[in-house]
Design a protein around this ligand. Structure first.
Ligand code: IVH
Length: 673
């Protein structure tokens, strides 16, 4: 009975992780943890055939299909690989292969397992005709335009001897250097960071703007040739030919003749992979002889003729010094393990997040425990376990705090979540400092020279107790703070003065109204026009603004019902900060050609990005909507508009117009969009 419940629980859990991984590109657990859950589910389903469900996560690979792309069916299904985690498991696989093929000396091809996103390329008569993502294994998204921007992929083949029709599989990767550059730019712009190169590569390949894809610097390695009647006897030979046609095939690819050679190969690359320009998460071993591959055939989700070997995440054991509780800008309390510094994958780790109370309790940490810290493909280290055997007898269990460590207020649990929050929003120092830091950020008031430490120092010195105090800060005061000299202090004061020119919509975002992010702030600013109007709007009026629901409306009401906030705003006004939209325009309006019209955007565009088209629609008085309905005035369609959308537009009689028609229609001054 219990096992049936466990099956149900595991299915739900795995469906959720599949979504985090494939749809949101933000996995919450490691591949290894995922595999452990999947194996357990497979085992239980094997024992309970009565619980068979065609929709179980074991019955299909995850899908990466995204909105806005045309789908194409794969000629050969795109399978995944079974994983192994030790030389013993590889050995067992080889013995199984030997048995099936009736040989005792199967030659293997060893290669790197690139940690990117899989791609299938179709070449006809020596030219690239189509590139499709893995999708759900049966069909994927056509991303040919984006793939064409990758310089290491030949659009026209070199050399000779290539088949007239073939498919080539490989991995699109974002090399470490490009990955680090991209994240640095995103950090600068206040955007969320990619956790690893794999997510960054997958996210980039699905961008609607090919020019941006080209800028990011993707690369690709190839490892599998498919086609009818190919003239090669072995996989290795085929891959040498692929290399000669102009593709990148890794030099690490090599033939292995027995288990000791496999073992040596694993040891060598577990070390050497750290010096590679791209991320790898393991190795792949393939039966080299193509006739043998054919004979071995496929299982439901993976071939019998290949396995992946996954490198263990680098792990270290280090003593816990203490658990601290960080207070974020929005009051959320995060437990953090403060560790004896330890070297892990080339960086020194001193702190690791324990995320929330549930995760912390599940680890069952006691004072003085030695903790396992892991760093896989992710940048942020995490605590994965405790060395229970080494626990000091009688050591106390580490418990979550009941009161805010910064201001002493009793914590409250966030509804339906594992998070605790300090409700003293306007009086709790780290929350105030966090808001000051947010206020000066590049996408808000854009005041240079004040980072986290300066914000804290200014608060502690009593100079800036609230973001409005910034406008009475003097260079003399700044010079008492470490790191400031006359010139740098004056520069900051000048930056603060200049911030009074920042447009109202960014001021709304800078105020740190809970739940009001950048886009919502823009919509609110445009809709209300001024802070005075915003401060007197009712719940119903607020909810009438696009993107504002009951929770955001309540949060705005509460914000302006709090005296310190009203007072701060009055001081911003006195300092000359922009508290209304400029009078002469509805935010850069170009015309009212599209007044009263609702436009849906679909497909890939040549002349402008999607965001630019959105802006153009608004500047011409129209509204952009996400899905087609009876209210849609027309669909602005680029190349490869989704077939579902096209069908719906036709069914509802909604006109579909091309990019060029649209540009003609709105021909005023589009250049600056
Ligand atoms: S062979 C039918 N070789 O790993 C097997 N895959 O976990 C075809 N991958 O979907 C795949 N490096 O995206 C193969 N040297 C390599 C690989 C590799 C990375 C990816 C690929 C595959 C996934 C399976």
């Amino acid at each position: 009975m219990d096992e049936l419940k466990e099956i149900e629980r595991l299915r739900n859990e795995l469906h959720l992780h599949n979504r985090h991984y494939y749809v949101e590109n933000e996995p919450r657990i490691s591949d290894r943890e995922f595999d452990i859950l999947m194996r357990r589910l497979e085992e239980l389903e094997g024992r309970h055939p009565e619980a068979f469900d065609p929709n179980s996560p074991t019955q299909r690979p995850g899908s990466d299909i995204a909105k806005g792309f045309t789908q194409a069916a794969h000629v050969y299904p795109m399978l995944s690989l079974a994983n192994t985690y030790s030389i013993e498991e590889v050995d067992a696989w080889v013995r199984g292969v030997d048995k099936l093929t009736g040989t005792a000396d199967t030659t293997l091809c060893g290669e790197l397992k690139f940690d990117g996103t899989g791609i299938s390329l179709i070449y006809e008569h020596g030219r690239l005709v189509r590139a499709v993502t893995r999708g759900d294994g049966e069909k994927g998204d056509e991303v040919t335009d984006n793939v064409r921007t990758i310089r290491s992929i030949p659009l026209v083949l070199q050399g000779e001897g290539w088949p007239e029709f073939f498919e080539l599989r490989g991995e699109i990767v974002l090399p470490w250097e490009a990955f680090n550059r991209l994240n640095a730019q995103r950090e600068e712009a206040g955007e969320s960071l990619f956790a690893n190169p794999r997510n960054a590569a997958a996210g980039t390949l699905k961008l609607q703007n090919s020019a941006e894809v080209a800028r990011r610097g993707l690369d690709a390695y190839f490892y599998y040739l498919l086609g009818e009647d190919l003239p090669y006897a072995t996989h290795f030979e085929a891959m040498q030919a692929v290399r000669s046609w102009g593709f990148k095939v890794s030099d690490a690819m090599t033939l292995l003749h027995d288990i000791p050679e496999v073992d040596a190969y694993i040891r060598r690359w577990d070390e050497a992979r750290h010096a590679l320009p791209v991320a790898t998460d393991g190795l792949v071993f393939k039966v080299n002889n193509l006739a043998q591959q054919q004979e071995l055939g496929l299982r439901a989700k993976s071939p019998r003729w290949a396995v992946a070997y996954k490198f263990a995440a680098e792990r270290a054991l280090t003593p816990l010094r203490f658990v601290s509780f960080d207070v974020g800008r929005m009051g959320i309390i995060t437990p953090v393990a403060n560790l004896e510094p330890v070297l892990l994958s080339g960086t020194i780790v001193k702190r690791a997040s324990l995320h929330n109370e549930d995760i912390m309790n599940a680890l069952d940490i006691h004072e003085g425990d030695a903790l396992y810290v892991e760093k896989g493909g992710e940048i942020i280290p995490k605590i994965t376990g405790v060395d229970e055997a080494a626990r000091v007898p009688g050591a106390a269990k580490v418990r979550f705090v009941s009161h805010c460590p910064a201001c002493g207020t009793r914590l409250e649990r966030v509804d339906g979540e594992a998070a605790w929050i300090c409700p003293n929003k306007w009086g709790c120092p780290p929350q105030i400092v966090g808001r000051i830091e947010h206020f000066v950020g590049r996408r808000m008031m854009n005041i240079d020279g004040i980072g986290e430490e300066t914000a804290r120092a200014l608060y502690e010195a009593g100079f800036v107790r609230n973001f409005a105090d910034l406008y009475s800060l003097t260079a003399d005061q700044l010079m008492t703070i470490e790191g400031f000299a006359e010139k740098s202090a004056e520069r900051v004061v000048e930056g603060i003065r200049k911030s009074t020119e920042v447009p109202f919509e960014r001021v709304v975002y800078a105020l740190s109204i809970p739940f009001v992010g950048e886009t919502t702030a823009k919509k609110i600013a445009k809709s209300c026009g001024s802070i005075d109007r915003l401060m007197t709007m009712s719940q119903a009026e607020l909810e009438a603004i696009e993107d504002v629901g009951p929770r955001i409306a309540e949060s705005i009401l509460e914000y302006f019902a709090t005296p310190v906030n009203v007072e701060s705003i009055e001081r911003l006004r006195a300092a000359g900060v922009q508290l209304e939209m400029p009078e002469d325009e509805g935010a850069g309006a170009l015309s009212d050609t599209l007044a009263g019209k609702t436009v849906v955007i679909s497909g890939v565009f040549q002349h402008h990005s999607r965001d630019e088209y959105k802006e153009l629609i608004e500047k011409h008085g129209g509204k952009n909507a996400g899905s087609i309905s009876k209210k849609t005035s027309f669909v602005l369609a680029g190349e490869n508009m989704g077939p579902a959308k096209l069908e719906k537009a036709q069914a509802l009689g909604v006109p579909v117009i091309s990019e060029d028609e649209f540009l003609k229609m709105t021909q005023t001054d589009n250049q600056d969009a």
